[in-house]
Design a protein around this ligand. Structure first.
Ligand SMILES: [Zn+2]
Length: 326
């Protein structure tokens, strides 16, 4: 996986912030313990003196050095346990004087055993997705901004748009709240201006706030980026990021150019994510017959077989919105 220099710089800066914060807390806690429980501080100093003692022993080259070192180690372990027991009594936390790093594996350095730690990989992935999303220019919205009154309250072909949208809204909120690896893939379909992109963006915002990696953009922009990278016109790994994001939202299926490359890349993305059990949300203004006419059978059958259909109905709310004075 290739990451941009910018993603590395941001990850380094974040890790450095985390280390600094952990060390500041550690210093404050050490001062507090010195003040309220000086007996613990005395034990701690005795621990830090043993390093010098051991060094002296090694220099003296005594015959029983190994034996003494073993004893000192045992004593140190006992002292450490005593300190922890005392911290439990004083602060209710045995590990109160450990440096509270966000990642206990790497101590917020980003590396463990010479390899990238999972925490660094997570940050690189997060920042890379943010870069990709920022190139796609779709504004994120909050569920609280949703206005049901924009939707018509009269029946159209036996269904009331406002009722249907109330269901869709509730469904999307629940989806975002309960999101996980087994969540279903969704297919938002209906005419332009019915809130498909809006509700997708609400899901994207909520999941991002909950710590998930969400790649969200128009299919046109995503496929253009993939193509530019494939033919060496740009640097990056958009295809891999789209396949591996926790949630991928492909907005406006049908807006991309109809080329063999796009069709193959699109199938690759959708199919790989299904195989990896990673949910995808696709939205489109295309009707069922337009979808069938435009895409080959294997893409259509993946969408119809593996995505839950969510219909959006009613009149284009962009006209209705102008009548409301918010
Ligand atoms: Zn780590």
């Amino acid at each position: 996986m290739k990451y941009s220099e910018q993603a590395f710089e941001r990850a380094e800066a974040e890790l450095s912030r985390r280390r600094k914060r952990a060390e500041e807390i550690h210093i404050k806690r050490t001062e507090e313990i010195n003040r309220i429980a000086p007996e613990i501080a005395v034990l701690q100093r005795s621990l830090s003196n043993t390093g010098a003692e051991l060094m002296k022993l090694v220099m003296e080259k005594r015959e029983d050095t190994a034996e003494i070192i073993e004893k000192v180690k045992e004593k140190n372990l006992r002292t450490q346990e005593t300190i922890k027991d005392m911290l439990q009594v004083v602060k209710g936390d045995r590990n109160y004087l450990d440096v509270p790093y966000s990642c206990a594996i790497c101590g917020d350095t980003g590396y463990s055993g010479g390899a990238r730690c999972e925490c660094l990989k997570g940050l690189l992935k997060k920042y890379t997705i943010e870069e990709i999303n920022s190139n796609c220019h779709i504004k994120l919205h909050d569920f609280t901004e949703f206005r049901l009154e924009y939707y018509d309250n009269t029946s159209i072909n036996g269904a009331v748009p406002r009722e249907k949208m109330a269901q869709n809204y509730q469904f999307c909120r629940d989806y975002a709240l309960n999101f996980g690896k087994g969540s279903p893939s969704l297919f938002f379909f209906g005419r332009t201006g019915l809130g498909k992109t809006f509700l997708s963006s609400c899901i994207a915002k909520q999941l991002t706030e909950n710590g998930f990696n969400v790649a969200f953009g128009s299919i046109l922009d995503f496929l253009r980026a993939v193509e530019n990278e494939r033919f060496g016109r740009a640097e990056g790994d958009t295809l891999e990021i789209l396949i591996n994001a926790d949630l991928l939202i492909l907005d406006d299926l049908g807006s991309e150019f109809q080329t063999a490359f796009n069709e193959s890349a699109l199938y690759d993305i959708i199919n790989s994510r299904i195989n990896l059990d990673r949910p995808t949300i696709i939205s489109t203004n295309l009707s069922a017959s337009e979808l069938n006419g435009r895409y080959n059978e294997r893409i259509v059958s993946r969408i119809t077989g593996c995505f839950d259909p969510i219909p959006f109905i009613g009149k284009d709310i962009r006209h209705v919105k102008r009548q409301f004075k918010y």
